[in-house]
Design a protein around this ligand. Sequence first.
Ligand code: ZN
Length: 325
Amino acid sequence: MYTGLTEVADDLFRVDTPLGERVSSLYVIRGTETSALFDTGVDGAIPDHLRPALDRIGVSREAVRHVVISHCDVDHFGGVADARDAFPNARIAAHAEDRPVIEDYATFERERGRSFLDVWGLDEDPAVLDWCRSATREGPLDRDYVDGERIDLGDKEIVVWHVPGHSRGHLDLEAPWAKALVVSDAVLGSSVNLADGSPAFPPTYRHVVEYLASAERIASYAPDLLLTAHYPTMDARAGIAFLDETREFVDRLEAALDKLFGDATHALTLAEAVHLLNAIVGEWPKEGTEGALAFPVVGHLERWVDQGRLARHDRGTEPAAWSLT
Ligand SMILES: [Zn+2]
């Protein structure tokens, strides 16, 4: 079960914030000189849920000097303006490749929320976009993080890793004293889950080669603790199983796409492909989840386009259709 505040290792705290029927976990790393926050949650999560947790663990607003944003999804950066209000000394930062999307909502909507519209002819559900807008109070960041950067907290250091795949600029945090990796959404198993552990929607990785490389990098570190945004805390064994599940899903979707396009008697639109696949590749509810499945499906199909395996058929005002070459 999830609880609000857990010290998962010495000076490493997990703070679970509500996200509808889901949970978005933020992490606080407490040092003797400064402390760090990993992810802001949605707008309102910091004042409503994080600040009371900080009071309980004795971390002052002034001590939070580092806010690391894992990536450009609103359940991770929607509270940027809250972070600015709450932590007067904080440097708020993300990876350069996600930063423009985090800083400007119009950019988020164009390049993340509705990013399949132009090339793939599939738009996001307006209700999802409305929710994203309502969950976000964006603002400027202070700087970029690069892979391998160390953050000094006084008695300890944490290390920033660049682990792309779910987004181009996804960041993890390493807490070496606990051999812990806080990976947010860098790896997503075979579904993203509700708070009760049941599947909510497909794993929304976007860049297949990078995603698999990041899973490999995380696995080769062999963390004693694997900490995510939307799953229970995992020990070494559970982490290995989750990373296997992550890679197995990629193989399963690739095989299902192979069969779908191999058997197709006409060129398929992205909407058709996602609709047909959503019924067979996972255990999540079928209603309202096709937009999420578009993320990994486009990731796989883009790779086929790069390999010259997939051809585009323009059809005037209709969405483009795709077939094997
Ligand atoms: Zn997330």
